[in-house]
Design a protein around this ligand. Sequence first.
Ligand code: FES
Ligand SMILES: [Fe+2]
Length: 338
Amino acid sequence: MGAINLQQLLAETKTLERCPFPIPTGWFFVDYSDTLKAGELRNVQLFDQEWVLFRTEGGQVGLSDPYCPHLGAHLGHGGKVVGENLRCPFHHWEYDTAGFCKKIPYAKVMPPVTKKQAILRTLPMAEKYGLIWAWFDPKCEAPTWELPHIPEMEDAGYACTRRGTWPVNTAIQEIAENGVDFAHLKFLHGAPGIPPAVVNFEKHIIDINMANGYIVGRGYGPGLNVFQFTQEGISATMISYTQPITAERSQMNMSFRYKDYAEGSKELHISKKLVDHMIGAAEGEESAGFESVDFIVWNNKKYRPNPLLCDGDGPILQYRKWFKQFYTAADEGTLAKV
Ligand code: FES
Ligand SMILES: [Fe+2]
């Protein structure tokens, strides 16, 4: 960056936006599997619109656009799960989880299009780690990667059911940028120093190794991050799955897991302390977790597309370039702002 024209900087500041980002593409957490029983349906706000979340009698999960392709009734107000379908309250047309119209109770001949394609927009769904996931792509393309195996969430021998949810007034890209903003760990969180870190970007995956293995994290697209914290050879894992609610509102969600150590053991004590540290709840800790401090910044900041960085900053620009791949339907004008 050359000389800074202060007048220009002032003009730019006035045009800054808080969240100039589209909703990114990827797998995103919808809700916990055990909160949705067979035959249940409810309305959820996600990806900057409303959706109807439902579970069929057979156990399949669906997430559909709320408005019936017939005459526009809201499927989540008076609609019902009937067998494997979601039934509209208005004229009882029925749709399966893939959005195909399976039944019109009073039609002698089904409209031919219903045989050929889905007529209701539904999202590809998955259930993994006890969580319901939806693949969101504004262009309605099929998933381009699978959710990974997470031993701490899926295999026997792990414990801890702690989990938390935190609403934030910012976009998911801004939250995740924290992961490569190593300088703020010292100044905002009060860490003893700026940790040395190695970051690697590969397709939809980002790998971060901080403080020589103290924190090893891997992100899978914008909606899933797994961080292992290790101390004295004992690891605890934070699984983070943030949701884009609207363009300016997100919900952070996290599960915390560690090995199923014996009650009263030193290992269990360290594991619990590591989790406390992640949340910022540990007593006598020098450094604060994200909850108490990051929110003050996130909830009030604006996004600078052309920041002035120094040599001590983390790979902020590389991270932003990597994140851009998830704005699959964004036009050039929008991309220029992010
Ligand atoms: S509006 Fe849904 S069935 Fe008519
Ligand atoms: Fe932070």
